[in-house]
Ligand binder design. Structure first.
Ligand code: ZN
Length: 438
């Protein structure tokens, strides 16, 4: 029986078109539906309240971009006519990898990973290849070799560089979707760029994916958008502050777990395998943002003052304040003051760094060399993007971001007569959000 096209209405791409039954079935698996309950931007919605969009919508968006690109490749650059063209039989694995590339993301992934040593990329591979998941079983039923092929695309081991480049490179379907989607939902327009133009100038090449020279300004704009989104949205200090509070909250729960086993069994059972560092794939899949938020809300009444206070700060968005600084040595008197006021600095302070490299050319000696963006001339010669664009050149190889020291807001705005001296001494060291050089 033939499959009739399904469409999903999408604010970024207008329609997401599903033309294959296997894609539709994958969307309907419980592992994929779980992505509806995981926010794409984690704690960023505490800063940009519109950013409540899910990994589900992003994953559909990445699939749709990959679908548009492969459709054009099949029509215009088919390997039947072009020696280094697109092989139509690669389309399905590309679409599935695009759809499933984030399937292993968990609730508040980055914070959670750091504390419980989970790895979302590894979980993505496991969910795709496991017989315990609906996704894994479906893929294997469709083609016994498919799970391993899709997993190889995700881990960059797939032999065809065109497929890998579309899913994971400095300009891939993933990044193109999240920049546009995050710009749309945060309301910050920095992330906007001309996707339609990029989709017209992208083409397959024996080295991977390249772009026609005539599309240079659209690519340039994409790189600048990426840079601005990191600086203005992803690295916002209030979101990072909430990430710090979340991390300390989970750390506290883990620390007091053994003395409160019954309490956690009753109120937050799904976290126990992680406190005990003995979890399975199914334990991981049982968690999502709603489950964790429900636990945090319950913890606000726990008798442990640190746990309940941090839970209250997280649930009710009581952000930590932060300052930039030159040397960690200069933080010592600040930390001493915070301690004197009665805060446990293990749970109420943090040094947090956020850095990003907007673009880089291929550096074979670097630990993680990047595949560069190549522009193709009409005579077939290739040129690396930063050699053509002075704007991109200015951003190439330059890391941007900062390291901040986070502390409770009370240290700068609370007035407590008992500790006035300490608080005044603390405040005296901070000028315009920066730590005074000592
Ligand atoms: Zn993604």
């Amino acid at each position: 029986m033939s499959f009739s096209e399904k469409v999903f209405r999408d604010p970024v791409h207008n329609y997401v078109h599903v033309n294959h039954e296997i894609i539709y079935q994958l969307i309907n698996t419980k592992e994929f539906q779980r992505l509806r309950r995981i926010k794409q931007l984690g704690t960023s919605s505490f800063t940009f309240h519109g950013a409540e969009h899910s990994r589900f919508s992003h994953s559909l968006g990445v699939y749709e971009i990959a679908r548009r690109i492969t459709e054009r490749f099949e029509q215009k650059y088919n390997s039947k006519q072009l020696t280094d063209g697109w092989q139509a039989e690669e389309t399905m694995v590309t679409l599935i990898a695009a759809l499933l590339h984030d399937i292993g993301h968990g609730a508040y992934s980055h914070t959670f990973e750091h504390l419980f040593f989970t790895d979302h990329e590894q979980f993505t591979q496991e969910i795709i290849t496991s017989d315990e998941t609906e996704v894994g079983r479906l893929l294997r039923q469709f083609d016994p070799l498919l799970p391993e092929k899709v997993a190889a695309v995700i881990s960059h081991d797939y032999p065809n560089p065109q497929v890998v480049g579309l899913i994971s490179s400095q300009i891939d379907a993933d990044r193109m979707d999240y920049l546009l989607r995050d710009a749309y939902f945060t309301g910050a327009t920095y992330g906007n760029f001309d996707l339609t133009r990029i989709l017209r100038v992208i083409r397959p090449h024996k080295t991977g994916i390249v772009f026609k020279h005539s599309g240079m300004h659209a690519i340039e704009d994409y790189i600048v958008s990426r840079y601005q989104m990191y600086m203005q949205v992803y690295f916002h200090q209030a979101s990072r502050s909430m990430e710090v509070i979340l991390s300390h909250l989970l750390k506290r729960a883990k620390a007091i777990f053994t003395d409160n086993i019954q309490y956690f069994e009753l109120t937050s059972p799904k976290l126990i395998p992680f406190f005990q560092n003995n979890f399975t794939l199914l334990d991981y899949l049982a968690l999502d943002d709603s489950v964790l938020n429900c636990y945090f809300e319950t913890w606000t009444t726990h008798s442990d003052i640190i746990l309940s206070d941090l839970a209250d700060r997280f649930i009710n968005r009581k952000v930590f304040k932060s300052v930039t600084f030159k040397s960690e040595d200069n933080l010592k008197p600040l930390i001493a003051n915070i301690e004197a006021v009665g805060f446990d600095t293990n749970y109420y302070t943090a040094v947090h760094s956020s850095f990003d490299l907007p673009y880089d050319f291929y550096r074979p000696k670097s630990i993680n060399p990047r595949t560069e963006i190549e522009m193709i001339e009409s005579d077939g010669t290739l040129a690396e993007l930063s050699t053509l664009s002075p704007i991109v050149k200015a951003l190439t190889g330059v890391k941007s971001g900062d390291t901040r020291f986070f502390f409770p807001k009370e240290m700068i705005i609370g007035q407590n007569s008992l500790f006035e001296t300490e608080i005044q001494a603390f405040q005296a060291q901070i000028i315009n959000g920066r730590l005074k050089e000592i």
